[in-house]
Ligand binder design. Structure first.
Ligand code: HEM
Length: 209
């Protein structure tokens, strides 16, 4: 009984993996909602109004960031990766050889560093969105918000190359599904301009509000 509830250091590794995967899925939904927010189809569908979509987009982003903090924090306590606090906060600091841990045959040190970069990008995106129009002008927010694509690419590469579960079909399906979804929505935004309204303010003045 005691053993069942004793905090084996492997539990931290499970927590790190589960929260990493959940954060990845949530960020995929966040990016998708962001890309769809000004779509005419969403406005016509009337299931979610534009302000509701914006609220959901922001709330899920904060939730995903909290999961990332738990993900990185758990890695300090687990015995598999056993990262130091400095290795979490300073990208590419670690000189450890993670070759044996990698299931894809690469040293995952670089991929782990990308996780830290993705975390900083996510922090900037969340803070500037929460304070949009208050401390940060809409213009600056929009400029910074373009880094969301860089953040997305960074955490896809990070998760795939650092993750212990990348060898499993279900995890591959999550990565492939996410990349197909985001690439399709970005292509639609670029090539299907007619499917979108021009701005958020235009959307909030529609009868679907
Ligand atoms: C936006 C930020 C981040 C996202 C979305 C993210 C997501 C992920 C995902 C999806 C995995 C694969 C999990 C698995 O295969 O089970 C993973 C693994 C990992 N991440 Fe992150 N991560 C982020 C930030 C970080 C940070 C800041 C660190 C700390 C330096 C970090 C360190 C790791 C490590 C060491 C692994 C390998 C764990 C393992 O599966 O054995 N990640 N991450």
């Amino acid at each position: 009984m005691i053993e069942l509830f004793s905090w084996d250091t492997l539990y931290f590794w499970y927590i790190a993996r589960a929260t990493g995967i959940l954060a990845f899925i949530l960020f995929t939904i966040v990016v998708s909602l962001g890309l769809l927010m000004t779509s005419r189809a969403l406005l016509k569908w009337k299931f979610l109004t534009m302000p509701q979509t914006l609220k959901l987009h922001n709330t899920l982003a904060i939730l995903a960031l909290v999961l990332v903090f738990i993900h990185a924090g758990a890695l300090v306590f687990d015995e598999v990766m056993h990262l130091t606090v400095a290795e979490i906060f300073i990208p590419f600091l670690s000189n450890k050889n993670f070759q044996d841990i990698s299931n894809l045959g690469v040293n995952v040190g670089f991929a782990i560093g990308l996780g830290t970069v993705a975390m900083y990008l996510a922090i900037v995106l969340v803070i500037t969105s929460v304070l949009r129009g208050k401390i940060f002008s809409i213009k600056l927010w929009r400029l910074l918000h373009y880094t969301s694509f860089l953040a997305y690419i960074t955490f896809v590469i990070h998760g795939y190359f650092a993750g212990s579960d990348s060898k499993y079909w279900w995890m591959k399906a999550i990565y492939i599904g996410s990349v197909i979804l985001i690439t399709s929505l970005v292509s639609l935004r670029i090539f299907g301009k007619k499917c979108f309204i021009n701005s958020l303010s235009q959307g909030s003045s529609t009868p679907y509000k």
